[in-house]
Design a protein. Sequence first.
Lengths: 382, 382
Amino acid sequence: MQEIYLDNAATMPILKEVLAEITETYQADYANPSSLHSKGYEVEKKMTKSREHLAKILGVSASEIFFTSGGTESNNLAILGIARANRQKGNHLLTTAIEHPSVLEAVRHLEKEGFVIEILPVDPAGRVDIEELLSKIRPETILVSVMAVNNETGVMQDIEAIAQRVKAVRCDIIFHSDCVQAFGKVRMPMLKNVDSISLGAHKIGGPKGIGLFYLKKGIKIEALLFGGKHQSGLRPGTENYPAVRAFELAAELAIAGQQQHFIKAEQIRQLFLNELSVQGVDYRLNAPLELSSPFIINIGLPDIRAEVLLHALETEGIYISTGSACQSKKNRISHVIEAIRAEYPEGSIRLSLGYQTSEAEVRQTAVLMAEKIKQLRRFVRK
Amino acid sequence: MQEIYLDNAATMPILKEVLAEITETYQADYANPSSLHSKGYEVEKKMTKSREHLAKILGVSASEIFFTSGGTESNNLAILGIARANRQKGNHLLTTAIEHPSVLEAVRHLEKEGFVIEILPVDPAGRVDIEELLSKIRPETILVSVMAVNNETGVMQDIEAIAQRVKAVRCDIIFHSDCVQAFGKVRMPMLKNVDSISLGAHKIGGPKGIGLFYLKKGIKIEALLFGGKHQSGLRPGTENYPAVRAFELAAELAIAGQQQHFIKAEQIRQLFLNELSVQGVDYRLNAPLELSSPFIINIGLPDIRAEVLLHALETEGIYISTGSACQSKKNRISHVIEAIRAEYPEGSIRLSLGYQTSEAEVRQTAVLMAEKIKQLRRFVRK
């Protein structure tokens, strides 16, 4: 059975070129970059090159780039690290109801440390109301965190505009953006008014276990981990150069192919939705197309339990999701689907495209999905 | 030039079998173990198998095993996580002067959070005096942390005896042991009285970026990272199954070959030291052989600057270290060498053996080292 993998927002298969590179690097550059001998120094130099390359891709300085174990750690470092280090300036934090759990739970944890948190609702499209956000800023506000692309619905926020407006209220408010689902998929926000961002390699065909944290020079932060003086002391632990190199290559490929990937994803998304209509499937978009990443399609289906459809499709070798992998096992409506007040929360599914996803794959998915939906509805209505 | 790599305590080259396995796993088992579909579930099942296998190797339950990004994160999770979660029981922490920076700096950070820390000195062998340690226990003591094998000198502590004596004073004191340099090298302490340990994969021929944290059931702990419900919520973030599987295999191979590796390392260490004597090199052992891991040889050389010798040897393709890679760039005497009051702190070097290190390699190293030392001394004495 041909496998059709449509859960690339949970994790994208590692790219062939990236796999070849990490395999080579494991062997050639195994030394510890912190070792004093030339073998370590060679790896340190290569590590610096990777850091510089990623910095260049993001339009920032190499000294502003830190490697972490992934998007979750990067978001935690941003939220916990910035809040704790800037506490003397204030204790108020602002974020949105549709953030990734690694932002939301970090923020909620800070409540226990005496911070006051405010979680903004979103409109039915999943968008933050900028005016409302601005109205919540207090003299004690130190940090605002808004994600660039939502991992469940794909909805995009205008990060540049939000960051600029926040900074216009008070330039010393720190602005973080979780860009894990944006990088290599949609246009990244300019980082002019954005003080920190999070990226993860395995969402763009890189390996798991490696993430990036960008922090603008001059922003105060407290480390989450303590130890050796690696990475300016902000993130100790033996540097994982093979993974860093693989991340660099995945990023390079993602950026080089971005325009082509984006156009292809848009076409595939449209083709899928057209095919669903042709097949007579009734669905609601859980985010407006023009406001969403084309790599994420989240739709609500009436009279369908998403999980049942998911399992019906997997018997055909088609893999979709009901939302974030981080939450899916909880077996209840996700906080994002709740926040957008989706019309069919129980019947909301997510298909997420990879660079390799083909038109034939989504066409077949639409046809089989229509079939399964008919079967399931018959069953429901008996 | 044939390369002789003797810095395996900093990082060991990835084993061929492990590399083949991780490469295969990257491709076959790329799905996110938290995904709801069967492809994710298959990886989750495999992840559980790896966890169970590692638990069995350690003689503990699978539910007591957590995967982290490495030894540094595991040690931080132990120190910060246990101290913060048990603060209502007391605020006093006890550790030793020769711990890894990821323990020492975590403990020092806790001082800023209001904990009282006590760092025990060691004797010139690098050993903790158990009676002295016990005498420092107060009613407020909640955590004692003693490493099993020191990463710089290789000195071993009798962790079982220390843990047992600590528990005899008060059974609710939590005992942590950094076992990063012990696992797969020397006999691991029984975990009966040990509540938590840290391991890292890349010290035994596994990949970088993956570590293990064992926490005895029932011990209270606070997470360092917040997010999804992965790993019982203690350590969120997409699970890095390829690295976990590679770690499992490296551990399996390390344990299967342990006796043989240990005997071989003892022989190689003795051969190296004999050869040094034959070559007329004057040296002091920085840890008694009978109390040390045979994988780590730390010696002090009179009238030699360790760093200069290290660079002289690297021109011959021989890679040694002056101490911990985590600290070596700081270019000063390490805290461990200071703590043991080494006779020749400036001239202290570390050779650390891997499973692949051969007799021929260390013999050649001894010969070339003797040569370089003569040249350098001539230079010094001019």
